[in-house]
Write a protein that binds this ligand. Structure first.
Ligand code: ASP
Ligand code: MG
Length: 279
């Protein structure tokens, strides 16, 4: 089995998501695979902006919130075209309905932040989690619409952390047990959001910005996956940041230690905590 993780830029729009779905569908043993996705590109930043505005009592957070919902609905409509009646139409309706439920839930939370004029790290984690909740649900339904059964898994039930909101520490033992128990019974392609988790009382936490890599690696470790693939818009791990160094080129091979060190010192290509479980 494989873990396939796709970051924000890989799922930034319907066109890119279609490529992701192609990659997933071409995986040789896809029934055993688990897909981990980030929020659609830019959405986590948008959610932070919206929550911050709301906490300042600024009414225009609503406008940005509406835009965010519309963006997701548009992706659903483009991804699931429902050309004919039947399965696709049903999937599309279902995806829109599920997304609407999330919007309503998020709207209430934002209204609360607006009224109280306070945004704790704990509340912000809950707000940010909607990015991954939505993307995983939507992409999962889009895969289903292509006739490939794909089960949506709520990462919050599998990854357990402490209360360090904003960059929570994973309880490795608990998480390991929950993941392996859950997937023992599963023999279907699954999809889940990265980045999000919950504490021992079930309150939403997040693993720190860029944390979806870490989620993928936690799943891979717990299930003893053959491979953890981190798909992104940069071709491999490079000798330097290609936006700064023109001559940068992809490394053929890199050890866990070297990759961990690169990440630790700020390379954006991988979340620093990813290497340990992978190793
Ligand atoms: N969506 C989260 C972020 O933007 C996590 C991730 O993409 O890995 O930081
Ligand atoms: Mg990343």
């Amino acid at each position: 089995m494989k873990i396939l993780k796709f970051g924000g830029s890989s799922v930034a729009n319907a066109e890119n998501i279609n490529k992701v779905i192609q990659i997933v569908m071409q995986s040789p043993k896809r029934r055993n695979d688990i897909v981990v996705v980030s929020a659609f590109g830019g959405v986590t930043d948008d959610l932070i902006r919206i929550a911050t505005l709301a906490s300042k009592g600024e009414n225009n957070y609503r406008l940005l919130f509406k835009k965010l919902c519309k963006k997701h609905d548009e992706v659903i409509k483009k991804l699931i075209k429902a050309l004919r009646a039947g399965r696709q139409a049903k999937n599309k309706k279902q995806a829109l309905k599920e997304a609407k439920k999330k919007y309503d839930e998020l709207e209430k939370i934002l209204q609360g932040i607006f009224l109280i004029k306070e945004l704790s790290l704990r509340s912000l984690d809950t707000v940010m989690s909607f990015g991954e909740q939505l993307s995983a649900q939507i992409i999962g339904e889009a895969i289903n619409s292509r006739g490939v059964a794909c089960k949506f898994v709520d990462a919050r039930n599998l990854i357990k952390t402490d209360d360090n909101f904003g960059s929570a520490n994973v309880d490795a033992l608990k998480t390991h047990k929950l993941i392996s128990n859950y997937f023992k019974k599963s023999s279907m392609l699954s999809i889940m959001g990265g980045f999000i988790a919950s504490n021992s009382s079930g309150i939403v936490t997040t693993l720190g910005r860029g944390g979806s890599d870490y989620s993928a690696s936690l799943i891979g470790a717990a299930l003893n996956a053959a491979v953890i693939e981190i798909w992104t818009d940069v071709d491999g791990v490079m000798t330097a940041d290609p936006r700064r160094v023109e001559e940068a080129f992809p490394l053929e091979e890199i050890s866990y230690e070297e990759a961990g060190e690169l990440a630790h010192f700020g390379a954006k290509v991988i979340h620093p905590k990813t290497m340990k479980p992978a190793r």
